[in-house]
Design a protein around this ligand. Structure first.
Ligand SMILES: *[C@@H]1O[C@H](CO)[C@@H](O)[C@H](O)[C@H]1NC(C)=O
Ligand SMILES: *[C@@H]1O[C@H](CO)[C@@H](O)[C@H](O)[C@H]1NC(C)=O
Ligand SMILES: CC(=O)N[C@H]1CO[C@H](CO)[C@@H](O)[C@@H]1O
Length: 297
């Protein structure tokens, strides 16, 4: 049963990646970037995605890549671009606690729709590279991000909005984002765990403009389906294992810190304390309103 599902999915995925998906025309048009536009994004303290090998030791064997979401309550296998409440509100609410609706975190039916979320975040995607002094994304590069998210979502069962939220959180969607290293090498759009996709290599020093579609897809694959060295969003969702929306907020904590603090509170532990709260806000429409989380200074 499972192997036939995997087979069917991998055929689908191969087809989806071989045939460029038709991103809607508006995905590539650059919006006016407001004067004084200072959105919050970027990998500030590194990501320590769970790994079966110790980071400081040589890896003994490669982990499985190609992760997918096992729990049917949180997996999404049908791509629907109008899957939420529209554009939501560009405001920030600080969320504390374990990621559950009981503790005040947003339910999935309060999330925005993929199309509106993508459109609202284009102002960030088209300007984020200036943070690192590299060329901003072009229209075709932003279109390739749309295509990569849709293809990888269909392949992994990870909600496409959660992938987009993570891309904005990590890199603002700058395809030439530098590779950071705070103990784990974090390359690419999703600042993943030592993945192979990057258009700004710390190894060769090469910065690619244009950033090839295949590399953009690789960056999204690495961050979502996992790399030989660490988990992607899919494995983090599996590891959370509650089968509710809390899995997304808990997965965000796992992706960023490698573990959830013993208290169960998503603002506790190492790395970026605002991380899960930021992701929850991006999923409900936050783009550039004041960052209302002050735990990281
Ligand atoms: C990138 O976009 C921002 C915002 O519009 C702009 O200030 C910056 O000069 C651009 N960078 C480059 C290299 O063109
Ligand atoms: C990162 O990946 C490279 C290439 O796949 C590998 O040679 C290297 O050992 C990895 N680094 C760590 C710290 O696992
Ligand atoms: C199919 C799949 O990706 N399963 C993964 C779910 O997550 C656990 C925990 O991270 C992994 O061990 C599985 O491989």
């Amino acid at each position: 049963m499972r192997s036939s599902v995997v087979l069917a999915l991998s055929c689908l995925a191969t087809f989806a990646i071989a045939e460029p998906l038709p991103y809607p025309p508006q995905a590539t048009s650059k919006p006016t970037i407001p004067a004084n536009f200072h959105p919050t994004f970027g990998n500030k303290k590194g990501n320590f995605q769970p790994t079966s090998t110790k980071v400081s030791k040589r890896r003994i064997s490669e982990r499985d890549t190609g992760g997918w979401v096992e729990n049917g309550n949180v997996a999404v296998w049908n791509i629907n671009d109008e899957d939420g409440v529209g554009a939501g509100n560009d405001q920030y609410t600080m969320y504390w606690g374990d990621g559950s609706v009981d503790q005040g975190w947003p339910a999935r039916d309060q999330w925005v729709s993929f199309t509106e979320m993508f459109n609202a975040n284009k102002a960030i995607m088209f300007s984020s590279c200036s943070t690192w002094g590299v060329d901003n994304d072009s229209g075709p590069e932003v279109g390739a991000i749309w295509n990569a998210i849709e293809a990888v979502a269909a392949q992994t069962g990870v909600d496409h909005r959660f992938i987009l939220a993570t891309i904005i959180q990590e890199s603002g969607g700058c395809v030439r984002v530098p590779t950071t290293n705070y103990g784990v090498r974090n390359p690419g759009l999703m600042q993943d765990h030592n993945g192979s996709g990057t258009c700004n290599s710390d190894i060769t020093g090469e910065v690619d403009n244009p950033c090839p579609d295949s590399t953009i897809t690789q960056m999204v694959t690495d961050g979502t389906g996992g790399t030989p060295d660490g988990d992607g969003l899919a494995q983090c969702i599996n590891q959370s294992g509650w089968g509710t929306e809390a899995d997304f907020y808990r997965a965000a904590r796992l992706y960023n810190s490698g573990s959830i603090d013993g208290s169960g509170n998503l603002q506790d532990g190492i790395a970026t304390h605002c991380y899960s709260s930021d992701i929850a806000n991006r999923l409900t429409g936050w783009v550039s309103a004041e960052h209302g989380c002050y735990l990281d200074g």
